[in-house]
Every structure is written in C-alpha cells, then in structure tokens.
Write a protein that binds this ligand. Sequence first.
Ligand code: VNL
Length: 390
Amino acid sequence: MKRRSFTTLALAATVALGAQPALAQDNVFKIGLILPMTGQQATTGRQIEAAARLWMAQNGDTVAGKKVQLIVKDDTSLPDVTRRLAQELVVNDKVNVLAGFGITPSAMAVAPIATQSKTPMVVMAAATSSITEASPYIVRTSFTLPQASVALGDWAPKNGLKRVVTLVSDYGPGIDAERFFRERLLLNGGQVPESLRVPLRNPDFAPFLQKVRDIKPDALFVFVPSGAGAAVMKQFLERGMDKAGIKLIGTGDVTDDDQLNDMGDGAIGVVTSHHYSTYHPSAMNKKFVADFGKANKGMRPNFMAVGGYDGMRVIYDALKASKGQGGGDGLLAAMKGQIFESPRGKIFIDAQTRDIVQNIYLRRVERKEGQLWNVEFDVIKDVKDPGKAR
Ligand code: VNL
C-alpha cells in the first residue's frame, strides 16, 4: 500500500514537473564505449564497434527491463583524450559501464576514474598484464601478452628455433611479450642474442630488421599492436629475411586476421600463438564470422572483435543476473566468475583477478579456399595470465 502510494506520488510529481525523461532515465542502461576510431589504432576501434553492434543486433537492446544505450567515443588512442572522455561519460552521461580501451596507456589513464566512481570498466582490447591490477573495477575480455607469449617459448626450441631475436613495440604489452617469451625460451635451453624495441608511434622497422639480418638468428619473435603487422611482414619479406633462413614467429597480433589476406603468400608458414583465429573451426565461431561479415561488407572479425563481442556478453549477463540492481558493485560482482563459450572457445573471468582465462592456440598461416588464414594446429587449454603469479 505504502509503496503504491509513493509511486503514485512520484508519478504525479513527475508529470506535474513535466520531467518525464527523468523517469525514462532510470530505465536506460548506458555503456560508454571508448575506442580509437581514427588514427594509428583505428582498425581496433572499427572491429570492436562492429562487434558490439552485432551483439546488440543479435540479442536486442532490452535487458532486465532496461533499454541498453551504446555511446561510442573516439579517443584517437591518446590517453589524455581517453581520460577526458571517461570523465565526461561518468559525470555527464552517468554511464553504468565503461568499455573498450584500444591500447594499454588508455586503459591505465581511466583506471582511477573507474575506482573513484565505482564504475565497472570492461577492457576489450588492451593486453598488458598489469592493467587489471590498476583498479578493482576492471574486468578484461581481451587477453594478456604473457598468456600469448609463453606458448611460443615452449614451441620454438622444440621445433629447431633455439637462437631467437625479439622485436617488440616499446610499451607495456611489448615489454610483457619480450620478457615472458624470453624467460620461457631460456628455461627451455634457448638463447636470445638481442632484444630490440621499436617506438609505438610511426615505427620504422628497417634499421631494426637490418640488425636482425646481421645477427642471423634461427627466428625473429615479434610483437606489434593490431594494425601494425602488415608493415612488419612487408619489410621482413622485402629484406629477404625468410630467404636468409630467419623464421618469423610472434603473438597473433602480427598475422592479424584483419590484414592477413592482403599480406600475400610470403606470410605462409608463419607460426604464431594467440587466443583467437577467424578460422577457428567451432560452430559458434562459423556463425559469428558469417554474421559479422554480413553486417560489415564482408569484413573479417579479428581478435579485437572477439574481445568486444564477449565484453558485451559479460555486460549483458551481469545486468541480467543482477536484475539491474546494486549499481556498479552489483554489476561488477555479477561479472566475476562468468564462464561461457565464446567464438574463440571456452572462456572464464577469474573472480580473484578479474582477468580472462582462455585457450591459447598455435597457428600456422595457410592458404585455404583461396584465402590466407591462421590455421590452429595445437592448443594449450585454460591458460591463466602468467603475469599474475609474481
Ligand atoms: C595492445 C595489445 C594493443 C595488443 C593492441 O593493438 C594489441 C595494448 C591495438 O595493450 O596496447 O594487439
């Protein structure tokens, strides 16, 4: 009785004030999706936005009685811009969740805002191990570089690649990749005669590749962020590194499915380790790839798209489970421990670390049905981030 009269009163007041949108606001659930839509990392933004929109097209925009609204902002991959946008989304738009984050510095810039405002922050792209430790409100649906790199440190020496030079982008994920690959290789009796780091912004790979040619290792291990792989591949082949007997290996960022088909047959045989391959042979993935292509003029979803798609699922499932109650903390609690099948295989959000646990696949570039693909040939199941154990 009491409750009903209160509701009636509130309604009457709302109508009297002509403030009907205020009532509607309570039924809106806002996701602030901050991505690099322009600039050097624009492919990452395009992939994740397309995946988020596909998720919503497939699953509707009403969850637990709330209307889901996606607010996409372009941070041009500059962390100061990411921080300002996150602040505006929290303070002015009053978003329920922050999501996206193309590169590590952008994710790091927003972590304190997530903590202060108690807003869950779903990291869909950035992949430095330590990101999830920057705020207790961060949940990750992408991957970590230690997770992807260790598998290759086991595979390489067993396959005759014992002397390996590393070449990485000089920032968080690159430094993680360099360190975890190297440690694992050394543990397996390999050697790293040189570790090279290239700038993140406008890198010129030529002088570094010349150095690698002079050292003439068995292999070159590469990490560059999504979108930069094609440039590495082109210069690697132009300098005849493969003909000189140096094998190219790396995390899957270098043979990014978004660009792979344009890299040419020189890419065939390159072995990488990663958590998602567009060619992954599950029924769920085949449907995901087909639907994504249909909605985006034939574009292939890459590992960024999968991080975005699964991130949306984590948000939807948390909203459903918490029935839209409990604010940021309720939502966060419902994100922890989620387990489900993704287009990449089974994934799990570790409740302790809020980081993703997933399979890591070894893949080789092959031409199949007239196109270049990363074809999986081995799997390491349920890999936790090795960066967390320290
Ligand atoms: C990061 C890691 C970015 C891996 C990437 O592409 C990537 C990052 C934009 O943490 O900054 O492939």
